[in-house]
Design a binder for this molecule. Structure first.
Ligand code: SF4
Length: 408
């Protein structure tokens, strides 16, 4: 509680900034008064203190919002009724993000449009993948946990992955990605990032601690270009919601200052790190990911080397295979060489590119994907092929563009 401020999101929201763009977010927020979701117990205690209440009321509020998933301030029964009435009358609100539309894939994946805390008619996308995101046994994704139904609750999954957005749209402009087509609209608040997770866990009645949930910050946006809000959400999810950062993975397109900040943060709040590599060399990478012109591969690897890894932890290289562009055997040999030279414990996740309207790339041939995997494996690189999830509802990697196609 020491040093904590009651800095509730209120109609006078301060501007969020990132390294590429300064955005004005002085926009009205959900409710007429202060919004609580997104504050940790310490900040909530400071808020209670400001209205003359004991600090432990902050813990009660945190328990209600982050453990019991109460969404209505009037229903926080641990607070005395007159106090609740006073807070509601003053316009205080929990303001947790809401799922406003759901799309269900044939493979069980669900994609949601989620409305945030700032009323600008922008929604973001969150994806629920029962039985994980297509990881492989031993790769740390939990894919080695056998699938069986959870008889007590009647659920058909034993582990799940939630893919979370960090911005509305994205400024990075990867040429193979549909989200890039939106451009950057704005950063999400910490409450909007953590709120996607809690809204989805609530929908699926997940029992934290009993059921295994992984989080991947791989939805819309570049998390490390919204570092403060993203990291505040990670801390909230770890401390208040109870999800270990070791069950979280953040994927970056290679934002060097962000990776360096991550390296400086305490390891106990650091999610695992994935680098969205996608190309075997700077020449191709700069073509398909313009950010590489600012921070080329070697600069990214230098930053990654500063991150203190946990025992047995590996850095993931995500590699989207574009037919004829990045999927040739010589590319695989170059990637193997890059892994070797990096001196880092690395695993490579291969993802066959998911097609999207208005993007001219080709899907790789299945034989090319297999061959690529074989070359890397023969070179001793741990390599896994990600099963595409939710392609039919535009929920797969690089497909998030708030399309309303695929509704069931
Ligand atoms: S792949 Fe990720 S970083 Fe690149 S444009 Fe899409 S959302 Fe942004």
């Amino acid at each position: 509680m020491e040093g904590k401020k009651c800095s509730m999101l209120s109609p006078a929201v301060s501007a969020h900034t990132n390294q590429l763009t300064q955005l004005d977010t002085n926009r009205p927020v959900v409710g007429s008064g202060p919004v609580l979701f997104g504050l940790d117990a310490g900040a909530l205690a400071a808020c209670m203190l400001e209205i003359g209440e004991p600090v432990w009321r902050g813990r009660q509020l945190a328990e209600a919002m982050y453990r019991q998933w109460v969404t209505d301030l009037g229903a926080v029964t641990t607070l005395p009724k007159p106090l609740r009435g006073r807070m509601v009358a003053a316009g205080w609100t929990i303001g947790r993000p809401r799922i406003v539309q759901t799309f269900v894939s044939n493979d069980g994946t669900e994609r949601y449009l989620v409305e945030g805390q700032i009323l600008d008619s922008q929604t973001v996308e969150t994806v629920w993948m029962p039985d994980g995101d297509g990881g492989e046994a031993g790769d740390g994704s939990g894919a080695d946990v056998p699938r069986q139904s959870n008889h007590e609750s009647g659920k058909e999954w034993r582990r799940a992955t939630v893919c979370v957005s960090s911005q509305v749209g994205c400024a990075v402009n990867c040429q193979f990605c549909l989200t890039a087509k939106l451009g950057l609209q704005r950063n999400l608040t910490a409450g909007e990032i953590a709120g996607q997770v809690v809204a989805v866990l609530d929908k699926h009645v997940v029992e934290i601690g009993k059921e295994r949930v992984n989080l991947v910050f791989m939805g819309m946006g570049e998390p490390l270009l919204n570092y403060d809000n993203w990291m505040a959400a990670v801390r909230l999810l770890a401390k208040e919601v109870g999800i270990s950062p070791q069950r979280m993975t953040v994927s970056t397109s290679g934002v060097v200052p962000g990776i360096e900040r991550l390296a400086g943060d305490p390891p106990e709040v650091r999610p695992k790190l994935a680098i969205s590599l996608n190309a075997p060399n700077d020449e191709i990478r700069s073509e398909i990911m313009p950010i590489n012109r600012k921070w080329p591969i070697e600069a990214v690897l230098d930053a990654v080397r500063k991150v203190r890894l946990r025992p047995r932890e590996r850095i993931t290289f995500e590699y989207v295979l574009l037919g004829g562009v990045t999927d040739q055997p010589e590319h695989a040999h170059q990637v193997a060489g890059l892994v070797r030279r990096s001196g880092l414990p690395v695993k490579v996740n291969l993802i066959a590119w998911n097609p999207g309207p208005g993007i001219a790339y080709q899907m790789p041939q299945p034989e090319a994907v297999e061959r690529f995997q074989r070359v890397l494996a023969a070179d001793g690189v741990p390599v896994y092929l990600r099963r595409p999830r939710g392609r039919d509802i535009f929920a797969a990697c690089g497909q998030l563009k708030r399309t309303t196609e695929g509704a069931k």
